[in-house]
Design a protein around this ligand. Structure first.
Ligand SMILES: Cc1ncc(COP(=O)(O)O)c(C=O)c1O
Length: 398
């Protein structure tokens, strides 16, 4: 599948910047085991440099701890492992020592439209899906702040609030600042799943969408999505470096622990041996610069709006979401009333026709086409060609 290509709009994939690909090749050639400073000092220093640059770019507090993990799934799992440690420690329970049997119950308050990786992380962490108190969403899939207040009022004991920046269908962003304030009043830990939406912080034009995100306790995002670094590359940050170390850290007699100022990635990552994921991120950030990252994010969002406008101009084609970011949801109506069947047919025809590739979803009870613009190399011409092909497949084009 040509996923790194400029007309691939499926899932939320992103391409690969040339400098990041080259750095990834070098990472393979250098073959560093980036678990320990003693074994891979350059890789550890580069991760420290990237962590500081990323915190600055994403508007996170200076001094956050960082883990360079495989993707959003492991970033959420790691962030929630630190959350689990901290809320149980505050309740007088050492989960690393005693495990969960007999521990105070931890409640995870999360939006109804949270990503599947949150529930999966909770399964891995022994909290289970049943630990979730779901909070109803608004018409765009954002957590409703009034409903969060009601949910928090019912919670007793240690609590984690999971908020989302970038709904995987609509791109909608939770009101993260308000959520953080409300959750902190209740003493809860605030985790942000910002797999792609946190990158709005890198754009001066879009930063308002994530206002207050810096008040959270942990953040998960991906470099392999919107930063356009090759797979696999996820990022987790926390405001609590000591809690991060206590939840993830490990040691063994045969290893060499770094000095306090030296990074041992195995203290922040779930892996022991691991790939030096910092090098491609360093190359992506150096090749783009601050304004280049902002431009990449802005360009994708502008192209998503171009997609939406081009499709919605045709009869019988409707855009179902507010295009606030890089995601577009499209419905194709049918004279026989079977809009679901017609929409799925159009998606199938587009996939077969081959000008572009995208897929579908079911959202709020309707079958919809999903468009995600996340690739650095996509141009307005790519979008126009794709819109024309989609409309031809829908029987609406020239
Ligand atoms: C909001 C959100 N969270 C988590 C993930 C999972 O990320 P990954 O596929 O990198 O594990 C995604 C993937 O699309 C996502 O959109």
């Amino acid at each position: 599948m040509g996923t790194p290509a400029s007309r691939f709009f499926g899932f939320v994939i992103g391409g690969a910047l040339p400098a990041a690909v080259a750095a990834d090749w070098l990472t393979t050639v250098w073959d560093q085991n980036a678990g320990l400073y003693a074994a891979a000092p350059a890789a550890m220093v580069v991760e420290d440099v990237c962590a500081a640059w990323l915190a600055d770019l994403l508007g996170l507090p200076a001094g956050v701890s960082a883990g360079f993990v495989t993707g959003g799934q492991m970033a959420n799992t790691t962030g929630l492992a630190v959350a689990r440690h901290a809320v149980l420690a505050a309740a007088g329970w050492d989960v690393e020592d005693r495990g969960l049997a007999g521990a105070p119950a931890v409640t995870v308050v999360a939006g109804q439209e949270r990503h599947a990786t949150i529930d999966r992380a909770l399964r891995f962490l022994g909290l289970g899906r049943a630990s979730v108190t779901p909070v109803p969403a608004d018409g765009q899939g954002r957590m409703r702040i009034d409903a969060l207040g009601e949910a928090l009022a019912r919670v007793d004991g240690p609590a984690v609030v999971c908020t989302q920046l970038g709904n995987v269908n609509t791109g909608a962003l939770d009101p993260v600042g308000e959520i953080a304030d409300l959750a902190h009043e209740r003493g809860a830990w605030v985790h942000v799943d910002g797999a792609f939406g946190l990158w709005a912080a890198a754009s001066p034009a879009l930063r308002h969408l994530v206002a207050g995100a810096e008040r959270a306790d942990s953040w998960a995002t991906d470099a392999h999505k919107w930063l356009n670094v090759p797979y696999d590359s996820g990022l987790v940050f926390t405001r609590h470096p000591e809690a991060h170390r206590r939840a993830l850290g490990t040691s063994a007699e045969y290893l060499i622990a770094g000095e306090r100022s030296q990074r041992d990635a195995m203290d922040f990552n779930p892996e022991f041996s691991r790939r030096a994921r910092g090098f491609p991120i360093y190359a992506a950030l150096r090749s783009l610069g601050r304004s280049g990252v902002a431009d990449l994010v802005d360009r994708c969002c502008a192209l998503a709006r171009r997609f939406a406008d081009g499709l919605a101009a045709a009869d019988g084609v409707e855009v179902r979401n507010e295009v606030v970011l890089n995601q577009v949801l499209v419905r194709f109506s049918s004279t026989d009333g079977d809009g679901d069947g017609h929409t799925r047919d159009v998606i199938r025809r587009v996939q077969q026709e081959g000008t572009c590739w995208l897929s579908g979803t079911t959202w709020h009870g309707e079958a919809l086409m999903r468009v995600s613009v996340s690739n650095w190399s996509t141009t307005a011409g790519d979008v126009d060609r794709s819109v024309a092909a989609i409309l031809r497949c829908a029987g609406r084009g020239a």
